[in-house]
Each structure stands twice: as C-alpha cells, then as structure tokens.
Design a protein around this ligand. Structure first.
Ligand code: HEC
Length: 168
C-alpha cells in the first residue's frame, strides 16, 4: 500500500515536471513565434549594415553630419563642462582611466562626432544595436543610463570633449 502511495506521489511529481516543462516549451514556442520578428529586424540591421562600417561609426540616431569648427566655441565648452560636472563626472573621468564608464581622454579621436552625439542622445538604442557601444558594455558591465540631453547639450558636451582632447 505504502508502495503504491509512493508510486502515486512519483507519478504526480512527474506530471508536474511535465507540466512545467510544457510551459517552458510553450514559452520557447512563443519565442519561436516571435522569431520572424527578430530575424526581420536582424535583416533590417544587416541591410543598414550594407554600409555597416559607416553606420557603426556614425552610430544610430538623428545626427548624420555634425559640422565641427575650429577654433573651439568657448561658450559651448563652458556649458559642456557644467553638464559634465552635473551629469557625467560621476561615471567618466577626463583621463583615460575607467571609472564606471570609459575615461574621456581620446574619445573624440576614437569615435566620430556623429557617434558621440547619437550615443549621448539615443543611448538605449545605441547600446542595443551598435556594435561599438555593445563592446563597451561588455567591458564596463554597466549600461549607461540615458541622460536626457537636448541636442544643444550634446553638442556642448562634444565641444568640451574636444577641448579635453587638446583641440584648440
Ligand atoms: C551611471 C554611469 C554613467 C553616467 C552618469 C554617464 N555615463 Fe557615459 N558611459 C557609461 C558606461 C558604463 C559607458 C560604456 C557603454 C555602456 O556600457 O553603456 C559609457 C559610455 C559613454 C561614451 C562612449 C565612450 C567611449 O569610449 O566610446 C560616451 C561618449 C559617454 N558615455 C558620454 C556620457 C555623457 C555625455 C554623460 C553625461 C551627460 C554620461 N556619459 C554619463 C556610464 C555612464
């Protein structure tokens, strides 16, 4: 009798496992039914990726062609610095040393102006889709939160970065 009871318990447990496995495979079925979407967006990215190197270096966002000027704009530098002090300095040093995010030294040489402005105004999409941004995430292990900069803010911060990189 006790044996039979045990058997019932075992059977019951199995069926629970079966059910939970079932729900797992259900959810993976859901994943699969979503799969066409994913592959569609992958194709889209690959399409955009036809000029992939270009889109990677310009990043994703509204800035396609940022015109830089010399000499640097002192007003933008000042406003960029105060934005840095307020919103960026807790995670970014001005040297090449990593804090939470990469140090800013040399950033205007390793990234295009478009990439920087797209990254700081469209941070989430960039981290989701841009290879360079993703590789930074792998190094830093922290996702940079969107800092809600206006276009002008972003441009000012860029000017401040250029100054930090020794441009005149
Ligand atoms: C909470 C921390 C944090 C704050 C605040 C922050 N960042 Fe970041 N930032 C990161 C991290 C982490 C990365 C690396 C990319 C990633 O993983 O998100 C990054 C990457 C960057 C990069 C790319 C650097 C490179 O070497 O290519 C730029 C540019 C940048 N941030 C600009 C800014 C600006 C501008 C601000 C302020 C308006 C700011 N960040 C505020 C954490 C932060």
């Amino acid at each position: 009798m006790a044996r039979k009871h045990l058997f019932m318990v075992a059977l019951f447990t199995c069926s629970i496992i079966a059910i939970s496995c079932g729900s797992n495979s259900n959810s993976s079925n859901n994943d699969q039914s979503n799969a066409p979407d994913t592959s569609a967006s992958t194709t889209a990215t690959t399409d955009a990726g036809a000029g992939s190197a270009a889109s990677d270096s310009a990043g994703i966002g509204k800035f396609k062609n940022v015109q830089l000027t010399l000499p640097l704009d002192q007003k933008m530098i000042a406003s960029g610095k105060s934005i840095y002090d307020l919103k960026c300095g807790s995670c970014h040093k001005l040297s090449d040393e990593k804090l939470v995010g990469p140090g800013w030294k040399g950033v205007t040489d390793r990234r295009t102006p478009e990439w920087i402005m797209n990254f700081v105004t469209n941070t989430d999409e960039m981290i989701d889709k841009n290879k360079t941004a993703q590789s930074l995430l792998e190094i830093c292990m922290v996702r940079m939160p969107n800092q809600n900069l206006s276009d002008d803010d972003a441009r000012s911060v860029l000017e401040f970065m250029r100054k930090n990189d020794g441009k005149k």
